[in-house]
Ligand binder design. Sequence first.
Ligand SMILES: Cc1cc2nc3c(=O)[nH]c(=O)nc-3n(C[C@H](O)[C@H](O)[C@H](O)COP(=O)(O)OP(=O)(O)OC[C@H]3O[C@@H](n4cnc5c(N)ncnc54)[C@H](O)[C@@H]3O)c2cc1C
Length: 404
Amino acid sequence: MAVDTSATSEQTEIQRDITEMVRQFADEQIIPNAERYDHEDSFPEPIVEQMKELGLFGVTIPEEYGGMGLDLTTYAMIVEELSRGWISISGVVNTHFIGSYLLMKFGTDEQKEHFLPKMASGEIRAAFSLSEPEVGSDVQGIKATAKKDEDGNWELNGQKMWVTNGLGAGVVFVLMKSDPKAEPPYRGMTCFITEKEPWAEENSGEFAGLTIPPKIKKMGYKGVESTELVYDGYRCPPDRVLGGEEAGVGQGFVQMMDALEVGRVNVAARGVGIAQRALELALRYSQERKTFGKPIAQHQAIQFKLADMATKVEAARLLTRKAARLKDAGERSDLEAGMAKLLASENGKECVEECFRIHGGYGYSKEYEVERLYRDAPLLLIGEGTSEIQRMVIGKKLLQRHKI
Ligand SMILES: Cc1cc2nc3c(=O)[nH]c(=O)nc-3n(C[C@H](O)[C@H](O)[C@H](O)COP(=O)(O)OP(=O)(O)OC[C@H]3O[C@@H](n4cnc5c(N)ncnc54)[C@H](O)[C@@H]3O)c2cc1C
C-alpha cells in the first residue's frame, strides 16, 4: 500500500464518496493487475467489466439516459484516481467520454436516444478520430473524405491514425472532409457517427467498408489498443451526421474542437493521477532504502525532490479543477484547459522522472512500478494536442482576451 497523500479537500460529499470508491477500486483491482496486462499488452477485460458495474462509462451522461449525470469536475476527479492506478484504464473511458460529450452537446434527440443509454451502460464504447498518418496537430489538413451519394447516404473514404479504442469501440466519431473546396478548410468538415462491430478487424453487412489493421505497437500505454481505421466505401446514413444533416454538415471541426477542450481537462487529470502515483512510490521507497547509514529520505537532496514533486502535483491538481469548474459553470475555459493540460502533463512526466531517479538502479527494473510509469507518462505530452500546441492555444487566447 503506497503512502496516501492525495488531497480530498474542496470536494462535495458526492465527490468524496465517488473518489474514495474509485481509489479503492484502483488499489484493489487496477494496481495489482496492471503489470501483467502491461507486459502482455492485453485488454484488461475483467477490470473494464467491473467499471461498467460501477457506472463509470456513464459518469457525465444524464440520468434520463441511464448515466450518473455528474459534472466535468467530478469526472476529472474520477479520471485522476483511475490514472493513478494505470493511465490505460482511463484511456478506455476517455474517448468514450468525449463521444458522449459530442452527443449531449450537438446530437439530435434521435441520436441521443439511440446511443446514450448503450454508452452509459458500457454496452458500446466510443472512439474519437481526427488524426491521420500525415496529420495530427494541423487538423485542418485532414484528407479523408465524405461524399454524398445519389441515394442520400454519405460515402466515407480515407485512412485514420492513432485511434484509441479503435478495435473495441462500437461507434467512432470521425472527422471527414465533406467539402474539399471549402475555404478556410475547416468550414468543409463534418463529424460522422460511424457504427461498427466491436473487435471485428473486417466489418461486413451494414458496416462494410471499415477495416481495422493490427494495433500499433507502442512504448507504453499498453492494454488499450491504438489503431488505424481504413474507410473504403463505408456508407454512412444521413441521420448519422452529428447533429443531423441540416445543422451538422460543415460543423465537424468546430464541434470536435469544442470536445477537445473537455478532453484537455481530462488529459490534465491523467497527468495529476500519474504524478500522484509517482509521488506515493517515491515517498515509500525513499523511507525504505538506506545509504550512508540512513534512509535516503533523510538526505536533504532527496527531500527537495519530494518537495518539488508534491508541489507540482498540487499545482497541477488545482489548475485542472479550476478549468473543470469554469466549464461546469458555463464560463469560458479554453485558456485554462490549455494551461491545465500543459502543466499537468509536463509535471506528470517530471514527477515520474524524479521518482525513477529516487529508485536508483531499481527504477530501471521491471520489478518496480515506476518502470511502467516511465513508459506511460510521455503519452500525455502528445495526446489531445502536444505541449507546443497548448502553448499556441494559450498564447492565442491570451492575446484575444487582452487585445489593446
Ligand atoms: C497513444 C496515442 C493515442 C492517440 N489517440 C488518438 C485518438 O484517439 N484520436 C485521435 O484523433 N488522435 C489520437 N492520437 C494522435 C495525437 O493526437 C497526435 O499524435 C498529436 O496531436 C500530435 O500529432 P502528430 O503526432 O501528427 O505530430 P505532428 O503534428 O506531426 O507534430 C510533430 C512535432 O511538431 C510540433 N509542431 C507541430 N506544429 C507545430 C507548430 N505550429 N509550432 C510548433 N511546433 C509544432 C509538435 O508539437 C510535435 O512536437 C493519439 C496519439 C498517441 C501517441
